[in-house]
Design a protein around this ligand. Sequence first.
Ligand code: NAG
Ligand code: NAG
Length: 436
Amino acid sequence: MRLLATLVLLLLLRSAELRRGPRSGAVERGARGRVRGRGRAGVMRRQTQECKEYMEAGEKYLDCQDRQLTTVMQDWPKDIHHLLLARNKIQVLRGNIFSQFTQLKSLDLQQNHISMVEDGAFSGLSQLTTLLLQHNRLKTATEEVLLPLPRLTYLRLYDNPWICHCSLDSLIRTLQVPSNRNLGNYGKCAEPEALRGQKLRNLNVDLLCADNNQVDRIPGGGDAGLPRLTPTKVNTEATSMCHTYMFPKPQLDCSNKDLNNIPSELPSDIVKMDLSRNTIKHLRPKQFLLAKDLKLLNLSSNSLHHLDTAAFAGLLHLRELDLSNNTLHYFQYGVLEDLYFLRKLSLENNPWICDYNIHYLIYWLKHHPSVFYTGLICSEPREFRGWRVEEYVKTYNGECPKDKRTGGMDTDNTAQEGAGETEGLTCGGMAGNTSL
Ligand SMILES: *[C@@H]1O[C@H](CO)[C@@H](O)[C@H](O)[C@H]1NC(C)=O
Ligand SMILES: *[C@@H]1O[C@H](CO)[C@@H](O)[C@H](O)[C@H]1NC(C)=O
């Protein structure tokens, strides 16, 4: 009771203080007014100044990301090709808001607070091919919104609370036209309950407006013939877990998300994927198969212990792989075979065990001299702790009986290619390899 009284008293005092504030003198108020006025103009000027304008590959970019903007400024250059507005505070896209940017090819509006897009918002953007609206607050929109965009080939709508009612019907139909392959691929219904988690692209549109929108009535009736209730796997999908960025390169940032698995449904066009600082223990076969354009994969600071042989299948273009700060002991035979174009491999801070199993890794590295690797230090057994793994492998070969070593050299080629591949990793084979 006394606590409550104190709180009320504090609140009263505080509101009295606030009320007194503006009243304390006309002079001060005038000054403050001027300051405020100047301040606002200053902010506006600063906002435009802070947007970074740059050229890349002959195209003009205006980078206005992370600037607390609530709208588009009229004094921005009109001849830009790419407008980056991610992570601002835009709430509404009014008609003709972008119409001055007639050369715009891509428009990134992700991670704003957009809850409404007026039908003419994208008027004039006849060259636009890429429109990013993911991570906003959109509940509904119509096909009209997309009509001024004849060249649009890439549209992101996911992580918006779409209400799959009859009013969304025309937009969904547009997304479902088979030739519109990259429009709204991952967008999902948030409501009604019966459709939650369903992809806009897969929805049975005829249901939405049929019979005066019968799906809306499900919560009461619960018709068994209608779509399933909330799917359970929602949280593991990359598109809802992680942030995707299109600039400067398509990338997926899933760092520090408490993931213990690779998210499903990885977007196929990403070039960079950051999965660091999670709790992933095990890489299963073919989990990156869809991410075929990936060039950088960061798995550092997880709990990786086991990598399946086909874990990196499909990563033909991967150039950089960061596996540092995990609990890897060795690489299973074959794990690295999919990585044709790897250039950089970070292995530090793993408890590498210097015994027979580590030979595959050394063997592979020797055959891929263009791979720059770091951090390959034995942590076990005790006698080799702190040794470079290559040094350890040399002593292993040194211990080989002489006859076996020569035999190994003679049969080196067959050992590498033939069925007895693992032999290439034993004494003889490794001795042959060290001479390469
Ligand atoms: C991977 O992520 C960690 C931490 O999140 C970072 O320190 C490291 O530089 C990243 N590695 C690469 C190759 O970008
Ligand atoms: C290594 O990973 C652990 C968690 O697995 C983390 O707490 C630690 O900060 C990481 N160390 C470095 C150097 O990134």
